[in-house]
Design a protein around this ligand. Structure first.
Ligand SMILES: [Zn+2]
Length: 210
Protein backbone atom coordinates (compact mmCIF):
# COMPACT_ATOMS: atom_id res chain seq x y z
CA UNK A 1 0.00 0.00 0.00
CA UNK A 2 1.28 3.42 -0.92
CA UNK A 3 1.28 5.81 2.04
CA UNK A 4 -0.49 9.12 1.42
CA UNK A 5 1.96 11.97 1.80
CA UNK A 6 1.40 14.91 4.12
CA UNK A 7 1.64 18.64 3.53
CA UNK A 8 5.25 18.40 4.76
CA UNK A 9 6.22 15.48 2.53
CA UNK A 10 4.11 15.79 -0.64
CA UNK A 11 6.24 16.42 -3.72
CA UNK A 12 5.74 19.82 -5.30
CA UNK A 13 5.83 18.86 -8.96
CA UNK A 14 3.03 21.08 -10.27
CA UNK A 15 5.32 23.70 -11.73
CA UNK A 16 3.29 26.61 -10.34
CA UNK A 17 2.03 27.36 -6.82
CA UNK A 18 -1.66 27.15 -7.80
CA UNK A 19 -1.15 23.61 -9.17
CA UNK A 20 0.56 22.38 -6.02
CA UNK A 21 -2.30 23.89 -4.02
CA UNK A 22 -4.83 21.87 -6.04
CA UNK A 23 -2.64 18.76 -5.73
CA UNK A 24 -2.70 19.11 -1.94
CA UNK A 25 -6.37 18.15 -2.00
CA UNK A 26 -6.84 15.71 -4.86
CA UNK A 27 -5.15 12.41 -5.40
CA UNK A 28 -5.22 8.91 -6.85
CA UNK A 29 -8.34 9.25 -8.98
CA UNK A 30 -10.00 12.33 -10.44
CA UNK A 31 -12.59 13.66 -8.04
CA UNK A 32 -11.29 11.84 -4.98
CA UNK A 33 -10.35 14.12 -2.14
CA UNK A 34 -7.30 13.19 -0.11
CA UNK A 35 -6.89 16.32 1.89
CA UNK A 36 -3.60 17.36 3.39
CA UNK A 37 -4.77 20.72 4.62
CA UNK A 38 -6.40 20.46 8.02
CA UNK A 39 -5.33 23.66 9.74
CA UNK A 40 -4.06 27.14 9.01
CA UNK A 41 -0.61 25.86 10.02
CA UNK A 42 -0.78 23.42 7.06
CA UNK A 43 -1.53 26.32 4.75
CA UNK A 44 1.51 28.16 6.11
CA UNK A 45 3.64 25.04 5.65
CA UNK A 46 2.64 24.75 1.99
CA UNK A 47 3.16 28.48 1.35
CA UNK A 48 6.54 28.27 3.04
CA UNK A 49 7.62 25.18 1.06
CA UNK A 50 6.60 26.92 -2.16
CA UNK A 51 8.50 30.07 -1.19
CA UNK A 52 5.55 32.38 -1.85
CA UNK A 53 5.80 34.00 1.60
CA UNK A 54 9.01 35.20 3.21
CA UNK A 55 10.15 34.02 6.64
CA UNK A 56 9.05 37.25 8.31
CA UNK A 57 5.52 36.93 6.89
CA UNK A 58 5.38 33.27 7.88
CA UNK A 59 6.25 34.07 11.49
CA UNK A 60 3.80 36.99 11.61
CA UNK A 61 0.96 34.98 10.02
CA UNK A 62 1.51 32.06 12.41
CA UNK A 63 1.27 34.43 15.37
CA UNK A 64 -1.82 36.15 13.93
CA UNK A 65 -3.52 32.78 13.30
CA UNK A 66 -2.83 31.61 16.85
CA UNK A 67 -4.48 34.76 18.23
CA UNK A 68 -7.47 34.70 15.83
CA UNK A 69 -8.48 31.07 15.45
CA UNK A 70 -11.97 31.87 14.10
CA UNK A 71 -10.57 34.15 11.38
CA UNK A 72 -7.85 31.60 10.57
CA UNK A 73 -10.46 28.83 10.16
CA UNK A 74 -12.48 31.14 7.89
CA UNK A 75 -9.42 31.92 5.76
CA UNK A 76 -8.62 28.22 5.46
CA UNK A 77 -12.18 27.43 4.44
CA UNK A 78 -12.12 30.18 1.82
CA UNK A 79 -8.87 28.82 0.42
CA UNK A 80 -10.31 25.31 0.19
CA UNK A 81 -13.31 26.66 -1.75
CA UNK A 82 -10.92 28.29 -4.18
CA UNK A 83 -8.93 25.05 -4.46
CA UNK A 84 -12.09 23.16 -5.36
CA UNK A 85 -13.00 25.77 -7.95
CA UNK A 86 -9.54 25.58 -9.51
CA UNK A 87 -9.74 21.80 -9.62
CA UNK A 88 -12.94 22.05 -11.68
CA UNK A 89 -11.40 24.63 -14.02
CA UNK A 90 -8.13 22.75 -14.52
CA UNK A 91 -9.72 19.35 -15.08
CA UNK A 92 -12.08 20.91 -17.65
CA UNK A 93 -9.08 22.60 -19.30
CA UNK A 94 -6.93 19.44 -19.40
CA UNK A 95 -9.77 17.38 -20.87
CA UNK A 96 -10.68 20.10 -23.42
CA UNK A 97 -14.05 20.75 -21.85
CA UNK A 98 -13.66 24.45 -21.06
CA UNK A 99 -16.49 25.54 -23.41
CA UNK A 100 -18.87 23.48 -21.26
CA UNK A 101 -17.65 25.02 -18.00
CA UNK A 102 -20.46 26.42 -15.90
CA UNK A 103 -20.58 30.23 -16.19
CA UNK A 104 -20.99 30.46 -12.40
CA UNK A 105 -17.50 28.94 -12.00
CA UNK A 106 -15.92 31.70 -14.10
CA UNK A 107 -17.88 34.32 -12.18
CA UNK A 108 -16.68 32.92 -8.87
CA UNK A 109 -13.10 32.75 -10.15
CA UNK A 110 -13.31 36.42 -11.09
CA UNK A 111 -14.64 37.30 -7.64
CA UNK A 112 -11.50 35.77 -6.13
CA UNK A 113 -9.33 37.58 -8.67
CA UNK A 114 -11.01 40.97 -8.04
CA UNK A 115 -10.31 40.64 -4.31
CA UNK A 116 -6.73 39.51 -4.85
CA UNK A 117 -5.72 42.34 -7.20
CA UNK A 118 -6.97 45.07 -4.86
CA UNK A 119 -3.90 44.15 -2.79
CA UNK A 120 -1.45 44.83 -5.61
CA UNK A 121 -0.05 48.14 -6.77
CA UNK A 122 2.39 49.69 -9.17
CA UNK A 123 5.54 51.06 -7.61
CA UNK A 124 8.33 53.11 -9.13
CA UNK A 125 11.68 51.48 -8.70
CA UNK A 126 14.85 52.99 -10.21
CA UNK A 127 12.86 54.87 -12.81
CA UNK A 128 10.73 51.89 -13.87
CA UNK A 129 7.31 50.58 -12.86
CA UNK A 130 6.97 47.31 -11.06
CA UNK A 131 3.78 45.55 -9.89
CA UNK A 132 3.96 44.21 -6.36
CA UNK A 133 1.91 43.40 -3.28
CA UNK A 134 0.93 46.42 -1.21
CA UNK A 135 2.78 46.94 2.02
CA UNK A 136 -0.33 46.78 4.14
CA UNK A 137 -1.49 45.36 7.45
CA UNK A 138 -0.94 41.61 7.47
CA UNK A 139 -4.08 39.64 6.64
CA UNK A 140 -4.76 35.92 7.14
CA UNK A 141 -6.14 35.82 3.58
CA UNK A 142 -2.78 36.74 2.05
CA UNK A 143 -1.80 33.15 1.08
CA UNK A 144 -5.13 32.89 -0.79
CA UNK A 145 -4.44 36.12 -2.72
CA UNK A 146 -1.04 34.71 -3.74
CA UNK A 147 -2.54 31.42 -4.97
CA UNK A 148 -5.29 33.29 -6.85
CA UNK A 149 -2.66 35.48 -8.50
CA UNK A 150 -0.67 32.39 -9.46
CA UNK A 151 -3.84 30.88 -10.98
CA UNK A 152 -4.60 33.97 -13.03
CA UNK A 153 -0.99 34.03 -14.28
CA UNK A 154 -1.23 30.40 -15.32
CA UNK A 155 -4.66 30.56 -16.95
CA UNK A 156 -3.77 33.62 -19.02
CA UNK A 157 -0.38 32.31 -20.16
CA UNK A 158 0.83 29.93 -22.87
CA UNK A 159 1.78 27.47 -20.14
CA UNK A 160 -1.85 26.43 -19.66
CA UNK A 161 -1.75 24.40 -22.91
CA UNK A 162 0.86 22.17 -21.28
CA UNK A 163 -1.06 21.48 -18.06
CA UNK A 164 -1.64 17.75 -17.74
CA UNK A 165 -3.13 15.34 -15.26
CA UNK A 166 -0.81 12.52 -14.19
CA UNK A 167 -2.05 9.15 -15.44
CA UNK A 168 -0.83 7.58 -12.20
CA UNK A 169 -2.09 9.77 -9.35
CA UNK A 170 -4.23 12.41 -11.11
CA UNK A 171 -2.08 15.30 -9.91
CA UNK A 172 -1.87 18.31 -12.20
CA UNK A 173 1.45 19.51 -13.58
CA UNK A 174 2.93 21.61 -16.35
CA UNK A 175 4.65 19.44 -18.91
CA UNK A 176 7.73 21.47 -19.76
CA UNK A 177 9.54 18.58 -21.43
CA UNK A 178 10.85 19.22 -24.94
CA UNK A 179 8.39 16.84 -26.60
CA UNK A 180 5.48 17.71 -24.25
CA UNK A 181 4.70 14.02 -23.98
CA UNK A 182 5.21 13.60 -20.25
CA UNK A 183 2.52 11.41 -18.67
CA UNK A 184 3.50 11.41 -15.02
CA UNK A 185 3.93 14.04 -12.34
CA UNK A 186 7.14 12.34 -11.29
CA UNK A 187 9.11 9.64 -13.08
CA UNK A 188 10.50 8.22 -9.83
CA UNK A 189 7.12 7.66 -8.18
CA UNK A 190 4.18 7.49 -10.61
CA UNK A 191 6.29 6.73 -13.69
CA UNK A 192 7.97 3.82 -11.90
CA UNK A 193 4.65 2.54 -10.49
CA UNK A 194 2.99 2.58 -13.91
CA UNK A 195 5.93 0.77 -15.50
CA UNK A 196 5.84 -1.84 -12.72
CA UNK A 197 2.06 -2.30 -13.20
CA UNK A 198 2.51 -2.78 -16.95
CA UNK A 199 5.37 -5.23 -16.36
CA UNK A 200 3.27 -7.26 -13.86
CA UNK A 201 0.34 -7.33 -16.28
CA UNK A 202 2.61 -8.49 -19.09
CA UNK A 203 4.01 -11.29 -16.90
CA UNK A 204 0.46 -12.32 -15.90
CA UNK A 205 -0.68 -12.40 -19.53
CA UNK A 206 2.38 -14.41 -20.56
CA UNK A 207 1.85 -16.91 -17.71
CA UNK A 208 -1.86 -17.41 -18.41
CA UNK A 209 -1.28 -17.83 -22.14
CA UNK A 210 1.24 -20.71 -21.59
ZN1 LIG B 1 1.50 11.20 -10.34
Amino acid sequence: MVAISTIETMTLDGGMACLDLVNSGYDTQPGIITDRMFSYADLITLSSRLGILDQQEIAALSLLASKNSTQAAKALNNLKKFRELMYQVLVAMVHKKLPALNKAVLKELNTYLAESITHRELILSQGAFKADWKKEKLNLEKPLWLFVFSASELLSSDKCQYVKQCTGCAWLFIDESKSHRRKWCDMKSCGANEKYKRFSLKLKTENTSV
